[in-house]
Design a protein around this ligand. Structure first.
Ligand SMILES: [Fe+2]
Ligand SMILES: [Fe+2]
Length: 167
């Protein structure tokens, strides 16, 4: 009689596990860069109408930081190593401070672009994890829900500016 083969899922599947660690590492950097961009933009923005955006972005900083920590923890659980800062390379050209700090539309559009990028990328991770790693998949689904909420909120802000002919 042969022993039934024990499977520990993703922990046994080195190839898929390394691929997922790679995907999580990119997601980690995306969150870290979003934290930087949201701190800068929530602080820089000026004007009476900017308060809502300021508060909303400042709140998102904490959420995005929480996402970065979740990605980091999962990297470690999958036997990966969370990278050091020297591995970081910036990509969010669209979230650089505008020329005028009252240019709220620039910030709103930048946030929508960042959130859309996250939504797109996290859907890819969820798809890759299907049938391989339900724990990572579950975690990323919950994070995706946050990003969809962020995107929707800023789409609402943009709609208001468009309605007034300001965007
Ligand atoms: Fe996030
Ligand atoms: Fe977000």
């Amino acid at each position: 009689m042969t022993e039934p083969k024990r499977s520990t899922g993703i922990l046994d599947d080195t190839e898929a596990r390394e691929k997922i660690v790679g995907l999580l590492t990119k997601a980690y950097w995306m969150e870290i860069e979003t934290v930087m961009s949201y701190i800068a933009n929530s602080t820089n923005v000026d004007g009476v109408r900017a308060q809502e955006i300021k508060e909303s972005l400042a709140g998102d900083v904490q959420e995005e930081l929480g996402h970065a920590q979740q990605f980091a923890a999962r990297i470690k659980e999958l036997y990966g190593v969370v990278p050091g800062s020297l591995d970081f390379s910036a990509e969010q050209s669209y979230l650089q401070p505008p020329d005028e700090q009252t240019d709220i539309v620039h910030i709103i559009k930048g946030v929508i672009e960042a959130e859309s990028g996250a939504v797109e990328y996290y859907n890819q991770i969820i798809e890759f994890c299907e049938g391989k790693d339900p724990v990572t998949q579950d975690m990323v689904i919950a994070i995706l829900a946050d990003e969809e909420g962020h995107r929707r909120l800023f789409e609402g802000f943009l709609r208001e500016y468009k309605a007034e002919g300001l965007a």
